[in-house]
Write a protein that binds this ligand. Sequence first.
Ligand code: HSE
Length: 418
Amino acid sequence: MVHRKKLVIGVFGFGVVGEGLYRILQQTPSLHAEIKKACIKHPGKKRNAPQELFTANKNELLNDEEINVIVEVIDDADAAFEIVKTALLNGKAVVSASKKMIAEHLTEILELQRETNLPFLCESAACASIPVIRNLEEYYDNDLLHSIMAIANGSTNFILTKMFQEKLDFTEALLLAQQLGFAESNPKLDVEGYDALNKWTILLAHAYGIVTRPEKLVFTGIQNISLSDASVATERSYEIKLVNHAVKLLNGKVAAFVLPQFVEKTSHLAFVRNEYNGVVIESGFADKQFFYGKGAGSLPTGSAVLSDISALRYGYKYEYKKLYYNTPLELTHDFYVKVYVSFDELKTIHKDEFEWIEEWHGGQERSYLVGVIYFDKLAKSTWWKENGVSLIVMPEGIIEEIDTRNVKKRSLELAGLR
Ligand code: HSE
């Protein structure tokens, strides 16, 4: 018979996710899990739960021997890490939703898991309600996992949908995302791509065994996407999405980034609207598989936390199979990407960095080009995300190899740039 542990939970944080979890647990008595205490910063604040549940003293949870699970859903990444560390060292299993904390402290968290041999689960920190971490861990063998394309930030997807389908302006769309509890308390983390980047740092470890720092990955958000970009997308039957992209190249290394991308209107990711997330996985023999679900919000995120809590009853842990049982893969910048770049002033564009430029459109308001650039050049420069320049990866995206002979000179001549 399977021994099922009684779960006594201490929760840190009672915001969007913490309260969502509290409500969900009230409706799932069969789980036999109870929240004994919730630690919060402002105990005086009125909340939708009995006053005696709350404390501002973290040690009441961390030192309580009856509490065997710490759920950490707070905003402050450094404080969150201290809680997770103490909880694991005190012998408690941990469930966390803090993407920024996990991405920034990934190496230490891996070390703590090895040292304590305790579960640290964080499904809600990737694509909220979509069980992507567990699938990458359990189902996809390293050799077979070719590529992953994901919409991993609900707020930016919501904003893009509202702006381009429903013609709201950016500020209105963002305000709505904040009111609905989708956005981070500092929405810059969503809009400028940091949140999607943090999620990519977490997922790359489970997908390919890659342990990296978020700042090492090439990324930007949707802050420079303009209405003229949306018009170009419409003309070409594309949609603009903020896409987390990873591809295992022929040399066995992994190309990975988080950038806006044009996707065909008929593609799986184009179907992902509003706060939904989507993940398209390409794997050997199975071809494409598509995961779809709510990527932000109190109850969808709370439901992923609940699923992690439930998994603790049978002692589930991530094994980080790709990291410990396979040879972990390496990241590379040695490939090319085809990109669209729109801009107000030509002088902001480093056109000489392109291998070739295929299209050149001088507009009344905004100009744009489509060209192929060596990825390492993008990684080493920032012109493409400054001064309002908007870079969007073309649908064909990554190009592994090109024949560079004469191509560059000829194409710049054709484009009238030399
Ligand atoms: N701000 C995040 C998002 C919340 O919009 O995706 C879910 O992680």
